[in-house]
Write a protein that binds this ligand. Structure first.
Ligand SMILES: C[S@@+](CC[C@H](N)C(=O)[O-])C[C@H]1O[C@@H](n2cnc3c(N)ncnc32)[C@H](O)[C@@H]1O
Length: 223
């Protein structure tokens, strides 16, 4: 059996037992597929992990950067109380449309909202609204801007908030200090920012699974 087949099978085992889907999650993936969205949503196990992080945080406010079809949005929004709020930023209007429908079908449209535009334009507008600090920020958009997104996350959070970045391993390419690939440069800049910032304490975890070999970084905002 190949490594990737084994990772798939183990992921399926954990997902069946620990992160079973339901009609709203299945429908979201079906709609993503029908609309031709790329297969780059988090896995169910990862979605459940994000949901657990939101619950551990006692989150009332969540910011997501990179919505796609709203699959991770649904997992996280389900951790919020009825008066909670999730804002998800998405560059691509078609992705945002699919996500908005998926979120409504999941019954979460009063909690979760998708804002269309480049996140680096949406973030200053959001800051101008003086929103309540976000308890959890999930960064999963264009990796080239990862360090900028971490900086924005710091401005929009509070002591004790959690910042999660997806896809920080990229099959091991994160090791390439000489890379000129924007995703790698941006991810390395974010890791170095987390390492050196006095208000951040973080780590990164390598993962394998149905989405291959990758990983995520998690950072806690300090006083
Ligand atoms: C990996 S996907 C997000 C997956 C989603 N979080 C999930 O797990 O279901 C990345 C998304 O970020 C969006 N994106 C790329 N560049 C962006 C930008 N500058 N601002 C906002 N969104 C962006 C892409 O259009 C894409 O839909």
């Amino acid at each position: 059996m190949s490594d990737s087949q084994l990772w798939d099978d183990v992921d399926a085992y954990f997902t069946d037992h620990l992160a079973p889907d339901d009609e709203a999650l299945r429908a979201a993936l079906r709609e993503n597929e029908a609309a031709g969205l790329p297969h780059i949503a988090v896995t169910a196990a990862q979605g459940k992990f994000l949901q657990l992080l939101a619950e551990v945080q006692g989150a009332r406010h969540i910011l997501e950067i990179g919505t796609l079809g709203g699959y991770s949005t649904i997992w996280m929004a389900r951790a919020l109380p009825e008066d909670g709020r999730l804002i998800s930023l998405e560059y691509n209007a078609r992705h945002a449309e699919v996500a908005t429908r998926n979120i409504a079908r999941a019954g979460l449209d009063r909690i979760a909202e998708v804002r269309v535009g480049p996140a680096l334009e949406s973030l200053p507008k959001l800051a101008d609204e003086n929103p309540a600090p976000f308890d959890l920020v999930f960064i999963d958009a264009d990796k080239a801007n990862n360090a900028h997104y971490v900086e924005w996350a710091l401005r929009l959070t509070r002591t004790g908030s959690l910042i999660v970045l997806d896809n920080v391993v990229r099959g091991g390419r994160v090791l390439d200090a000489g890379s000129t690939e924007p995703d790698i440069v941006g991810t390395r800049a974010a890791i170095e920012l987390i390492a050196s910032h006095p208000r951040l304490s973080g780590t990164a975890i390598q993962t394998v699974g149905s989405k291959g070999y990758d990983g995520f970084a998690v950072a806690r905002v300090l006083d």
